[in-house]
Design a protein around this ligand. Structure first.
Ligand code: ZN
Length: 66
């Protein structure tokens, strides 16, 4: 198998990687509470996944009271 003759310079490596961009996660409406959520994740607002409760959501009111 042919191998690269020498290591690419950092400049060349970085120039290539300028095309790698971070993309926004796909958002869709939660079927339970209709808020926009990341697809294929448990809803952070109501804790539902595929129409049934999976996680209990802790409310941040305790910190606000004290
Ligand atoms: Zn939800």
């Amino acid at each position: 198998m042919p191998n690269p003759k020498r290591q690419h310079s950092r400049q060349r490596q970085r120039k290539r990687r300028t095309h790698y961009k971070a993309t926004m996660p796909k958002l869709g409406p939660c079927p339970q509470c209709r808020k926009p959520i990341i697809s294929h994740r448990v809803c952070p607002f109501c804790g539902h996944y595929k129409g049934r409760p999976v996680v209990e959501i802790k409310i941040k009111e305790e910190k606000e009271k004290s």
